[in-house]
Design a protein around this ligand. Structure first.
Ligand code: CA
Length: 238
């Protein structure tokens, strides 16, 4: 990694905080920690971390309040780290402006993958050039955004225009969960109704085209009740 990214961990459970801090330091991240919401907000203001890992159940503040307050002034990626497994909790945090979530318990590779995906996404937003986007590449799947060409094992896969838009949106956000409503409004516009049937029908067709076994996908995963997550891009983070 060409630079040391900084990560702030806001978590009141000491063993989880220590586990994450150790794993991140071992992977060359600069780590800040806070064990309460107020302390976390103070670090965000003073140090502007590159990524925030946020526990929702904090002693002094609801983590969702932190998301809303941070989103008033910065787009810094926020990854919710939560014991709450309810789909509605996840969707709510994402709707408030969280970038992704990770559910306890989790392992180091999953934590690192979520952080990389969020950093990649925020770097791309900062690069300021929507015209030049490097191809997505993962496993045997490649998507060239400029040529609008999706290839699997070197063979082109023909997608309908809507299918292409869905795959391109997920690939641009690869590694991160995208909610049904975020995908729907990106593809069909903000006034689309919130019935996601049309999305599920298109996804079934997409999977038939690009997954060897559509019921056990390798590239586009279902996050039950929340949305879809495309396999992380394998390119180096820069
Ligand atoms: Ca907690």
């Amino acid at each position: 990694m060409p630079q040391n990214y900084s990560v702030l961990i806001i978590e009141d459970e000491k063993n989880i905080l220590d586990f994450m801090a150790k794993a991140l330091k071992a992977n060359d991240y600069k780590v800040y920690t806070a064990s309460s919401g107020q302390a976390g907000l103070a670090v965000i203001t003073s140090h502007c971390p590159d990524v925030i890992l946020l526990d929702l159940g904090l002693p002094d503040l609801d983590g969702n309040k932190i998301i809303s307050s941070v989103r008033e002034w910065t787009s810094c990626p926020i990854i919710v780290v939560s014991a709450r497994t309810g789909e509605q909790d996840k969707v709510h945090a994402l709707d408030l402006g969280a970038d992704d979530y990770i559910t306890k318990p989790f392992g180091t590779p999953e934590l690192l993958a979520r952080i990389r995906a969020s950093l990649r996404h925020s770097n791309r937003m900062d690069s300021g050039s929507p015209l030049y986007i490097r191809p997505y590449q993962s496993g045997n799947l490649t998507l060239d955004f400029e040529r609008r060409r999706l290839t699997l094992n070197g063979k082109e896969i023909h997608l309908t225009p809507v299918e292409y838009k869905i795959v391109a949106f997920l690939a641009r956000n690869s590694g991160k969960v995208m909610t049904y409503s975020a995908i729907m409004s990106n593809i069909w516009g903000p006034y689309t109704d919130n019935n996601n049937r049309i999305l599920r029908v298109n996804m079934a067709n997409i999977r038939r085209k690009l997954e060897a076994n559509p019921s056990q996908p390798e590239y586009i995963f279902t996050e039950v009740g929340v949305g879809y997550r495309m396999k992380e891009d394998e390119r180096e983070l820069c």
